[in-house]
Design a protein around this ligand. Structure first.
Ligand SMILES: [Zn+2]
Ligand SMILES: [Zn+2]
Length: 254
């Protein structure tokens, strides 16, 4: 892939080639000078996104004992490798990439057991995070995988129960738990306290209070969650045995 920059009123194109031969530079310049130029403007990341990236990185770093600069370098490098964007820079990336980087930081934090409730629920930046495209979904899916409450970050262990929660009532979607293939109702994870709260105030108020709602799963995700939620997805388990769901990436047998 070529890289273009403007230096001293000239467009400088750096092009990796197999072999730099005599005359190649001139040949390429002659060729490229005759091509029309297409410019694709993309929206640069916003001030708010940039601020958010730094708030998240700072809090994340503090919990791991890294300075902001150290954690920033580390996350940028990991993101660049994971997404094959080797020239990734927060200073000049576009909005879409910035959102992906924010989601990436959040997922890494969860993966490392760092509680994401970095911002208080009444902090307006918190709302802002969850309103960014796909972040809520990716966050809830990461919580489903980790079995942590997506509201308070509690982990499922001997002290706390964190359960898979059907966003809408089972009665209104599959009817019964035996008929549940995981594909008819959005899901999220809740501790007992937040589970009670959801039922007390109802899903509309719950959504308005926390900016979080259930996410729709696909067969691959249901499959990956089977071991984590042994009492759920009865119909999916049955169908899986019967040979449904062809395209799944199977895990190794333990
Ligand atoms: Zn909770
Ligand atoms: Zn419930």
């Amino acid at each position: 892939m070529a890289n273009a920059e403007i230096i001293d009123s000239k467009i400088i194109i750096t092009l990796p080639v197999e072999k730099v031969t005599a005359g190649l530079k001139m040949e390429l310049e002659e060729y490229l000078n005759n091509l029309p130029i297409t410019v694709i403007p993309v929206k640069k990341l916003s001030q708010a996104q940039n601020g958010l990236i730094h708030v998240l990185l700072k809090e994340f770093g503090e919990q791991l004992g890294y300075t902001l600069l150290e954690i920033k370098e580390l996350m940028k490098e990991q993101f660049a490798i994971a997404t094959d964007r080797l020239d990734f820079s927060t200073a000049k990336c576009d909005m879409q990439t910035a959102n992906e980087f924010i989601a990436f930081i959040i997922e890494q934090a969860l993966e490392m057991g760092v509680n994401l409730y970095i911002l208080g629920k009444h902090d307006t930046r918190y709302k802002h995070i969850l309103e960014i495209d796909n972040i809520t979904q990716r966050y809830v899916i990461a919580c489903l995988r980790k079995r942590t409450c997506c509201i308070c970050g509690k982990v499922h262990d001997e002290y706390n129960t964190v359960d898979l929660e059907h966003w809408k009532t089972v009665a209104s979607s599959t009817g019964t738990y035996e008929n549940d293939d995981g594909l008819q109702n959005p899901f999220l994870t809740l501790c007992r306290e937040h589970h009670n709260e959801k039922h007390n105030i109802g899903i509309e108020s719950f959504k308005n209070r926390y900016y979080i709602e259930g996410v729709w799963l696909n067969p691959q995700l249901v499959y990956e969650l089977l071991d984590i939620y042994p009492k759920h997805f009865a119909l999916f388990r049955k169908r899986l045995k019967e040979g449904y769901y062809d395209g799944l990436t199977r895990r190794e047998k333990k």
